[in-house]
Design a protein around this ligand. Structure first.
Ligand SMILES: *Cc1c(COP(=O)(O)O)cnc(C)c1O
Length: 432
């Protein structure tokens, strides 16, 4: 009935997640609160890990793209599920290392890594640094030389595939801030420079073609373009690259009408392309990385709010204002993202009330959803915005000095805190 398997309705007519009553959770932890179902997260992790076993004989590694939701507990879960981690900043790296995440299973991304972040990554011994540009390549080589180390890298390549949710186009898409374009020659130039850099060990290439992608074809095409490039590298330089990172971007259901292909299907089909096309080109099948973020945590989470005000503007619309908003969920104001919203304490009633759910920030655009159907609500009711596990907590801010909500983890009906909610004291803790 709902977009996510871990969500249901109990005998009281209350919405549940992972078997826990969300109305009780709202009482216990207050609102707003992010709630995640650990079993759902682990189920997703296992599906990806198993697919590497099944489709590549285990010759690969699933990296959880921690930017989707980064906190110690998620790093622990990823570690426990035998995954690696993709980090994009010193802060994400620090979070991972703080729970003793094995550094060699961490890949460090970013188009504008700071000098201090590169030093940190080299000192920590992260497994791979995904080099985005020539400046970074030169800086990294100098840092490694100074420390008498050799650093293993992948180069971030623009495969020229622009994937959207429902369709994709193959263009000479070189206008992206990420990575090296193939067709301009800069990717090959980066390969040559990397091969000539004494403290750099170029082991492979990386691409990431977009996010919330529903189709498999763009991924297949990207894999082919990357393999073609690996062959080109071999012909031009003699170097056989052994690793191929295909990025993340697997789409999830935000609305009941969304129909993403299951990611197990994606894994199976893309692996076929990788294996047969490698063979066709005379290349060994590379070690494969994939980097799911949203598809691990997105549908495993929801956000609970309390309705503050219901304001009907005759012949215009009804605003239902809640006690959170763009501070804890900036995705609507950023991308007009779709969400399903349910009144948690009236979950068994008809959703026939068309409303705009608004946040409490001083911005007219601070909305969570426009013209969406929910149950008839009144002040004090609890609203659950579904599918907020990814890119909500991780994108949260303290705009209007609103404290960030807690992250609550549910497992088999029992709840615990994964991240404490901020207090007003926390808000001023760095003020001088
Ligand atoms: C954002 C990102 C991911 C994860 O994307 P999802 O859409 O959350 O799966 C993986 N790899 C890279 C390089 C990214 O930038």
């Amino acid at each position: 009935m709902y977009v996510s398997d871990c969500i249901d309705i109990n005998s009281k007519g209350h919405l549940t997640i992972g078997g826990a009553d969300t109305v009780e959770l709202a009482k216990e932890f207050g609102t707003p609160a992010y709630v995640l179902d650990e079993c759902e997260i682990r189920k997703n992790c296992r599906a990806f890990v198993k697919s590497i076993e099944d489709n590549y004989n285990g010759n690969g590694l699933v990296l959880y793209a921690s930017k989707a939701l980064c906190c110690k507990e998620l790093c622990r879960i990823a570690m426990d599920e035998n995954m690696g981690l993709d980090v994009v900043s010193g802060g994400e790296l620090f979070t991972a290392l703080s729970v003793d995440f094995p550094a060699e299973k961490i890949c460090f991304h970013g188009n504008s890594k700071k000098y201090s972040e590169l030093v940190y990554a080299v000192d920590a011994g992260v497994g791979r640094i995904i080099v985005d540009n020539i400046t970074e390549l030169e800086t990294l080589n100098a840092i490694a030389a100074e420390k008498n180390k050799t650093v293993k890298i992948l180069l971030r390549i623009k495969p020229g595939i622009d994937a959207h949710t429902h369709d994709f186009i193959k263009t000479g898409q070189i206008d992206s801030k990420f990575g090296f374009a193939i067709e301009t020659g800069e990717a090959m130039e980066a390969v040559r420079l990397a091969l000539d850099s004494s403290c750099i060990d170029l082991v492979g290439v990386h691409c990431h073609i977009g996010s919330q992608i529903f189709e498999i074809d763009p991924f297949e095409l990207a894999a082919k373009v990357m393999l073609d490039f690996m062959l080109y590298v071999k012909k031009e330089t003699g170097a056989e690259l052994s690793e191929l990172n295909l990025g993340g971007g697997f789409g999830i259901k935000y609305l009941s009408s969304d129909a993403p292909r299951p990611f197990t299907e994606y894994m199976e089909q893309v692996s076929k392309v990788v294996k047969t096309y490698s063979k066709e080109l005379g290349l060994s099948v590379p070690f494969i990385y994939i980097e799911p973020g949203r598809s691990i945590v997105g549908a495993a989470g929801l956000t609970l709010y309390t309705v503050g005000v219901v304001k009907t503007i005759p012949d215009v619309r009804t605003y239902v204002s809640v006690d959170g908003g763009m501070g804890d969920n900036p995705r609507y104001i950023l991308y007009q993202s779709d969400y399903e919203i349910v009144c948690a304490n009236k979950a068994d009633r008809e959703r026939d009330f068309v409303v705009t759910v608004a946040g409490k920030c001083c911005e007219s655009g601070d909305l969570i959803q426009e013209n969406t159907k929910i149950q008839k609500v009144e002040p004090g009711d609890i609203l659950a915005v579904l599918t907020t596990g990814a890119y909500n907590y991780s994108m949260a801010s303290n705009y209007n000095r609103i404290p960030r909500p807690p992250v609550v983890m549910v497992k088999d009906g029992k709840a615990r805190l994964a991240v404490k909610g901020e207090s007003y004291e926390d808000i001023i803790s760095n003020d001088i």
